[in-house]
Design a binder for this molecule. Structure first.
Ligand code: RNT
Ligand code: ZN
Length: 424
């Protein structure tokens, strides 16, 4: 496929002008919508680049807690490859970006450093890269793929020694996020997710939750600046089909009580349950919400995010809420069965697209209809707004952001795959 086959500045500008006219009839200022959509940072997950493997030798010991499936060639095997792939993906993703790291992406110069000893110094290279790229970093402690996580319990483990190990890791992670915050002009999100749970129905559901509460109290008691702590729940996972210690109710209560951010992952709820309706409720009681854009498919939660009804609804909700200063957006999927840079690009572009569409909604008209009790009008307008000439505005957004239009990015991915990824 030839690069710039689709891009035709003149055609895009003409289509855009007509689109602007169409939106004007709905009192939508398209130019402002493009700027607003480009301005929202999307935190891109490093772990799509290497199948959540990390750089530790020890990670081969256990894959407990998380698992990417697929064996597409070209996985990044070290920090340099991961950074290179991320830079390539960045160049094809419009709008503001952040990069989201995990504890086991520490670069220790070949020295084995125990998970409970990782510190800001092991992220010097990431921080230098972040400054150079002007891409702020976010962080996550890693409570999986480790021998001490193999039992299925970490912060809620009944052995105090194992619990303390993970508490030390969590505090270290908070220090790293704090160092990121000092290295950039916005706080780093430090999102805590643990796999703790049980394959079969436990008799005692309370004790692990008491231990988790106490462990969290201990690790959040360390005062640190420059970071925003978030907590992520899950309904069930591999090996925790019957019971998850850090459930939604647990963290909703905890985040509310301690005034921490609540992380809602699109794939972490019952298959027919969406997170769209949870935001307005949660924001009444927690300082902010971190969203993990993912795609649950049957039992799994980690497929590439796409321009789906679920994602579009969610973006409409966060834009309508006018609470973007209290909402952070991150991608969370890991598909090892397709080109990994393409996975990043598809996910991030789809999210930006859903955001743009949400900004273009004639919200005031919908609200007027709703407030007048004219629900047929509300529904009618919602249907009409779905087929306004949105794709012409999306093309213009890509043009403004100087990223390839339409399918032109695919040719660049194929070229990168051939010249770089397949040589690994
Ligand atoms: C796992 C959680 C968590 C992870 C990442 C790697 O179920 O969604 O967010 O995907 O931390
Ligand atoms: Zn997640």
């Amino acid at each position: 496929m030839k690069t710039n086959k689709y891009e035709n500045r003149d055609r895009i500008e003409r289509a855009y002008e007509l689109a602007q006219e169409a939106y004007r009839a709905f009192d939508v200022a398209v130019e402002e919508c493009i700027c607003a959509a480009l301005d929202i940072p999307i935190s891109i997950q490093c772990w799509q680049g290497d199948d959540v493997t990390g750089f530790e030798e020890a990670s081969s010991v256990g894959r407990g807690g998380i698992l990417a499936t697929g064996s597409y060639p070209g996985r990044a095997r070290n920090g340099d490859e991961l950074r290179k792939d991320a830079e390539f993906a960045f160049s094809l993703i419009p709008g503001k970006k952040r990069f989201n790291l995990h504890g086991f992406y520490a670069e220790t110069g070949g020295r084995a450093v125990s998970r409970d000893e990782i510190a800001p110094e092991h992220f010097e290279r990431w921080m230098a890269w972040s400054r150079e790229q002007r891409i702020p970093l976010d962080f996550n402690p890693s409570f999986f793929s480790h021998p001490l996580a193999e039992s299925g319990y970490t912060l809620s483990h009944k052995d105090p020694k194992i619990r303390q190990f993970w508490i030390r890791h969590a505090i270290g992670a908070r220090r790293i996020a704090s160092a990121f915050g000092a290295n950039q002009d916005s706080p780093a999100i430090n999102n805590l997710w643990i796999p703790d749970g049980s394959k079969d129905a436990p008799v005692d559901r309370l004790s692990p939750r008491l231990r988790l509460r106490d462990a969290l109290d201990e690790l959040y008691a360390v005062p640190l600046k420059g970071l925003t702590d978030a907590l992520e729940s899950k309904l069930f996972g591999i090996g925790s089909e019957a019971y998850v210690v850090g459930s939604h109710e647990f963290y909703l209560g905890y985040a509310g009580a301690k005034q921490l951010y609540l992380c809602l992952d699109m794939g972490h709820f019952h298959p027919t349950e969406t997170i769209t309706d949870k935001i307005s409720a949660a924001l009444l009681f927690v300082p902010g919400v971190l969203l993990h854009f993912s795609r649950g498919l049957r039992w799994d939660s980690d497929h590439v995010a796409i321009y789906s009804d679920d994602q579009r609804d969610l973006c409409h909700e966060i834009v309508r809420q006018k609470a973007l200063s209290r909402i952070r957006l991150a991608l969370d999927f890991f598909d090892a069965s397709i080109n990994r840079a393409a996975a990043w690009i598809i996910g991030a572009r789809s999210l930006r697209k859903s955001l743009l569409e949400a900004f273009l909604e004639p919200t005031q008209m919908l609200l007027d209809a709703e407030n007048a009790g004219k629900y047929h009008e509300r529904l009618g307008l919602m249907e009409i707004s779905k087929t306004l000439p949105f794709s012409a505005v999306w093309d213009k957004l890509c043009l403004d952001a100087a990223v390839p239009i339409g399918p032109d990015w695919l040719a660049l991915v194929n070229e990168y795959e051939e010249k770089t990824l397949l040589k690994r």
